[in-house]
Design a protein around this ligand. Structure first.
Ligand SMILES: Cc1ncc(C[n+]2csc(CCOP(=O)(O)OP(=O)(O)O)c2C)c(N)n1
Ligand SMILES: [Mg+2]
Length: 390
């Protein structure tokens, strides 16, 4: 889906957009309030003006993305609860940060996800069943990172920021930056990951090598049970200054602002202006994963306060307020989401179990003698059960 560029003058919508900055929080770039009111432009900490100019069709497309991504995620959570997946890391509440940044990527841009970027994966055009195979334990991801420009999910907290930095340095060394069609790289990570050595090392390397890299931190306020105040005493986006590159905090529940800041940062990177940090200020409305019980460490009123900032509700309010859609549109999107989630469920239930020995298949591109020996040993072990009662 082609999207309008931020930085382009707005054509002016039916209701006059209001003030320049998010009311009450000068540190937060916001273009859509929780009530669904449009803000024409917002100024970042370095004076950058952020704005978007989407057609009605594009606004509808973003809403559709948000709803579909949430529904497929909810289906995955239900499948785990029914014993069909080993684990699921839900993105509930983070749809706007992921769809906004995911749609801001150009085809040639490369993304490095954590384990929660199902919305970005969706925007990259990857079949949403792929991560379900991973969490069902029947494959190791399934998609080709080079084809979709979306690397494998990474469970090791922060590790992908180093992979992304090395990849981005390679992009620059290959001369694929410095023009408007250059390649940019984006690395996703969480608020907890900012305390990892890997992330801080990635900041240093990306900075001194001027890597074409956007660090996209989804600050969902928790690292499992550890709240944000156990990670930092300053807003996370300000850390960038100490490493020598710009940082900006965006309302991560605002799909328009998330799109605008990411597109701007990616374009700077592809043009040869080096790395930057985006802190998408959001909230994990669900559990960390299906293995977690958040009622043990956070209070219900906090969740309710964030539910009032729901990324989908505000987009729905905006579309209604601006008369960009009628009621039948919402019903049609809900029906599409329902159909796609039923289809997803059917396909998950029909996923074949892999042969145990297949785990040796993709370790090395050309295999190895040692691996052959391990495979043979494991096969003999499996055969030892044949015919036995166990
Ligand atoms: C190196 C490493 N240490 C610890 C863990 C266990 N662990 C899994 S998720 C997580 C919290 C991550 O929090 P955050 O970076 O905020 O991401 P979120 O899950 O909130 O999106 C931890 C500590 C891990 N996977 N890797
Ligand atoms: Mg977190």
């Amino acid at each position: 889906m082609a999207k309008g560029d931020p930085g382009v003058t707005s054509r002016g919508r039916r209701a006059a957009p209001r003030s320049k900055r998010a009311a009450g929080d000068p540190e937060l770039v916001q273009l859509l309030t929780p009530e669904g009111e449009r803000i024409e432009s917002a100024t970042g900490p370095d004076g950058t003006e952020y704005r978007v100019d989407f057609s009605d069709e594009e606004y509808r497309g973003l809403y559709r993305d948000l709803v579909l991504v949430r529904k497929l995620d909810a289906e995955a959570t239900a499948l785990q609860r029914q014993g069909e997946l080993g684990l699921w890391a839900s993105l509930l509440g983070q749809e706007a940060a992921q769809v906004g940044s995911g749609r801001a990527l150009r085809t040639q841009d490369m993304a490095f996800p954590t384990y929660r970027e199902h919305g970005v994966l969706y925007c990259r055009g990857i079949d949403p069943i792929m991560p379900l195979g991973l969490f069902r334990g029947v494959d190791q991801g399934g998609w080709d990172p080079n084809e979709f420009k979306f690397n494998m999910y990474t469970i090791v907290i922060g590790a992908q920021t180093l992979h992304a930095t090395g990849y981005a340095m390679g992009v620059a060394m290959d001369g694929r930056t410095g023009t408007e069609d250059g390649e940019a790289v984006i690395a996703y990570f969480g608020d907890g990951a900012t305390s990892q050595g890997d992330v801080n090392e990635a900041f240093v390397w990306a900075s001194v090598f001027n890597a074409p890299l956007v660090f996209f931190c989804q600050n969902n306020q928790y690292a499992i049970s550890e709240p944000l105040e156990r990670q930092t005493r300053v807003p996370l986006y300000r850390r960038a200054g100490g490493f020598g590159f710009p940082g900006v905090r965006v309302d991560g529940n605002d799909v328009l602002a998330s799109y605008a800041v990411t597109r701007h940062a990616l374009d700077n990177a592809r043009n040869g202006q080096g790395p930057s940090l985006i802190e998408a200020y959001t909230y994990r409305m669900g559990a960390h994963t299906t293995s977690d019980d958040p009622t043990r460490y956070r209070i219900a009123s906090e969740v309710e306060a964030w539910q009032a900032k729901d990324p989908i509700a505000r987009m729905k309010a905006f579309l209604t307020r601006q008369q960009i859609v009628d009621e039948s549109f919402f019903a049609e999107v809900d029906e599409q989401a329902r159909t796609e989630s039923v289809h997803l469920r059917e396909r998950v239930l029909n996923m074949p179990d892999p042969q145990p020995v297949s785990m040796f298949d993709h370790v090395y591109p050309n295999g190895s003698a040692e691996l052959d020996e391990q495979r043979a040993q494991f096969s003999r072990y499996l055969e030892s059960f044949e015919g036995s009662a166990h």
